[in-house]
Write a protein that binds this ligand. Structure first.
Ligand SMILES: [Zn+2]
Ligand SMILES: [Zn+2]
Length: 224
């Protein structure tokens, strides 16, 4: 849980930072558009833009790999932002070159677009972060795997009420396991533990499973 909370806090910090950056870029672009400050940028600006593109491409690749490896929404969100930064940097480079060529009006327009790009990234990070905090977005892939694992277990007739809680790099699962109503308590108890362990063993991200037993063939009318 500690790790999951750290992930969520990291997401919030990224959101605050990006919102600030977007605000700065948008207000400066609007100022330039309104008050028409038009200075031709130097070669230094071109050099910096190229360096930024290279750095951001490496950061993006690195973060995507780590984020997917440890299943961290915050890191994947950050990687998406790095991808956005590459686009913005290319736009900056283009606008710097155009400004030097005399098209000074390009600079604030590109700045404005950059600000919008970053705002879009803020929404993406925010969405991932809310999913992370709420833990209420059952991933279709994981649900598919859970059904695969349970349906290949002798004695399990079906599952329902699958609930997954994400905590950054791991998740917990609760589910209802449908079994033959004629099973004894000892048999269904053993089957529950067997199924719980099988899910934990075969699906990496799931580190805890609570199984509830339901008699197969009954009408189910329960939410939890
Ligand atoms: Zn049930
Ligand atoms: Zn038990």
């Amino acid at each position: 849980m500690g790790h999951g909370r750290a992930e969520s806090i990291a997401g919030i910090i990224i959101i605050l930072f990006l919102t600030f950056v977007a605000y700065e870029i948008l207000t400066s672009a609007v100022d330039k558009l309104l008050f028409g400050i038009t200075e031709a940028p130097t070669n230094w600006a071109i050099f910096m833009a190229i360096i930024e593109i290279i750095v951001n491409i490496f950061l993006n690749k690195y973060q995507m790999r780590i984020g997917k490896k440890i299943n961290s929404p915050a890191i994947i969100a950050d990687a998406k932002q790095q991808g956005m930064d590459v686009l913005s940097n290319v736009a900056i480079l283009a606008s710097v070159i155009l400004s030097q060529g005399g098209f000074t009006f390009m600079d604030p327009l590109v700045g404005f677009l950059m600000g919008l790009f970053i705002l879009k990234a803020v929404f993406e990070v925010g969405k991932d972060n809310i999913n992370n905090i709420m833990g209420k977005v059952p991933d279709e892939d994981i649900i598919g795997k859970i059904k695969e694992v349970t349906s290949s277990t002798d004695g399990v007739c079906g599952v329902h009420n699958i609930k997954i809680n994400y905590f950054g790099s791991y998740a917990t699962l609760s589910l209802h396991i449908e079994v033959n109503p004629k099973l004894s308590l000892i048999e269904s108890h053993n089957l529950t533990h067997y199924t719980q362990n099988k899910i934990k063993d075969q699906i990496d991200i799931i580190q805890a499973v609570v199984g509830h037993i339901c008699p197969f063939g009954e009408e189910y009318d329960h939410d939890d």
